[in-house]
Design a protein around this ligand. Structure first.
Ligand code: SF4
Length: 291
């Protein structure tokens, strides 16, 4: 299913250990830090309506003060959305407006996922506040009301335990098993925590999530990258401020990746060859299909 994740800002203040922010910030450089509302609306005007807009990307969406206006814009434009948020940066006014928007456009909301701070301290930049706790309580009540198609909550802790400051709320979550985002996470930051080691695929590979490599991430300067693994900015698809959506895919940005992925060998030139999500394929006996 095609999706476009919006990275609303660069340099997420939450600094989660499983999220390689330093690498991203260093490679992105001094480009515009926050997605402006004007640039966001230009980008969205290029995107076909069957592409889901994800408020997730490589930073907490509400670390950008315009996030609620952005959400309103895409819902009013008729897009389906998915929201992955820590609620960081969300004021009480934002909370009321966001929940009201989700209620009004409930048929367009495919996922609401709340990412909570955990007992192992993986969300380094999080601090408790009464406003945060009230926002969390309101979103949990809304999620559990049954109005949404899919409501979920998570931590980055193998035990699923939330931060000590929140344990009085009695929230019990499932365990988390991390990964290295195809080799981009600095493993010393996650220490001994359970995670899938970075694989090396020596066969041809395809992405099971995006047959056309169209689960992309858009940065505040309009640059579009392969997917949510690409914190190393290795595979640029194009730029949605300067190109059209299909023009971007036809511009050849992904052709080297596709050629590498076709070949039955390991290659550092393809992020997919170190991705634990990739599907491994080989030529079938009849040569009619890959298996
Ligand atoms: S890196 Fe992984 S998730 Fe991204 S396109 Fe390749 S296989 Fe898919």
């Amino acid at each position: 299913m095609p999706t476009l994740e919006i990275t609303a800002m660069i340099g997420c203040p939450l600094k989660c250990t499983f999220c390689p922010q330093d690498k991203l910030r260093g490679l992105y450089g001094k480009n515009t830090k926050y997605f402006t509302l004007e640039n966001f609306q230009t980008v969205i005007s290029k995107v076909p309506k069957h592409v889901r807009i994800d408020f997730s990307g490589m930073a907490e969406p509400w670390a950008n003060p315009n996030a609620t206006k952005m959400l309103r814009h895409v819902l009013e434009q008729g897009f389906n959305v998915a929201i992955y948020t820590t609620l960081y940066g969300m004021s009480a006014e934002n909370r009321a407006e966001v929940i009201s928007l989700l209620q009004t456009h409930v048929a367009q909301v495919e996922v609401l996922n709340l990412h909570l701070p955990d007992a192992k301290g993986n969300m380094l930049g999080w601090r408790h506040s009464q406003e945060y706790e009230q926002n969390l309580t309101a979103f949990v009540q809304f999620g559990l009301s049954g109005a949404l198609r899919r409501f979920e909550a998570m931590t980055m802790d193998s035990s699923g335990e939330v931060h000590p400051d929140l344990q009085h709320l009695g929230i019990k979550l499932g365990s988390f098993y991390g990964h290295t985002r195809a080799g981009n996470v600095e493993e010393q930051k996650i220490g001994e925590q359970a995670h899938c080691a970075t694989p090396e695929h020596h066969s041809a590979v395809v992405c099971p999530f995006a047959r056309f490599y169209d689960n992309n991430v858009c940065l505040p300067n309009g640059d579009v990258y392969l997917c949510c693994m690409d914190y190393g900015l290795q595979h640029k698809v194009g730029n949605l401020l300067t190109q059209g959506y299909y023009e971007m895919f036809a511009s050849g940005g992904l052709s080297a990746l596709q050629a590498e992925n076709m070949q039955p060998r390991f290659s550092k030139e393809s992020l997919c060859k170190t991705c634990d999500r990739a599907t491994l394929v080989k030529v079938g006996d009849s040569h009619l299909m890959w298996t």
